[in-house]
Design a protein. Sequence first.
Length: 189
Amino acid sequence: MGYSGVDIVLHPEKGPMVLEINAQPGLQIQLCNVTGLRRRLNKIEDLEVRDIEHGVKIAKALFAERFASRVAVEEGIKTVGVWEKVKVVSEKGEKIEVQAKLDTGAWKTSIDKDLAERLNLSGKNNILWTKFYKSGLGKEKRKVINLSFYLAGGKINTTASVANREGLRTPLIIGRRDLVGFLVKPGGI
């Protein structure tokens, strides 16, 4: 792969056939929604897929482009504070208002395990996978779930890790991955 890449298929009657030769080979140039293929393959390496429906949920969570976020950026940037009230959507579609911290130092969103359970979001049908995370609280195994919430009037569909946030200021941390189209203004609670 250092000099060229050759795409070859094995034809059932004719044997090996060359489809094309690439002058700049490598998985990183295979871009899908502005993300390299190698990075996407690394995300799914150890995931266990229970069934087709579960596999589709994982694919949507990992590979779907955040189109709504791009539209929001094109419409203009909304200014929000570090501490915001958001409405989290429960399994039944109810919107529950909670205090959230918009944490530009965190990449992903995280929800308190008790809140996730109360809203029926940590049930088997909504768990995408489990993963070890390192945080200020140490290294722990966490569930990753689908999560929808409203921030500044816009709906955000994302994935969130489920963590023990007991004793912390907010039950929800919104990471910078979900803050596209927002300007976070520093300030107190």
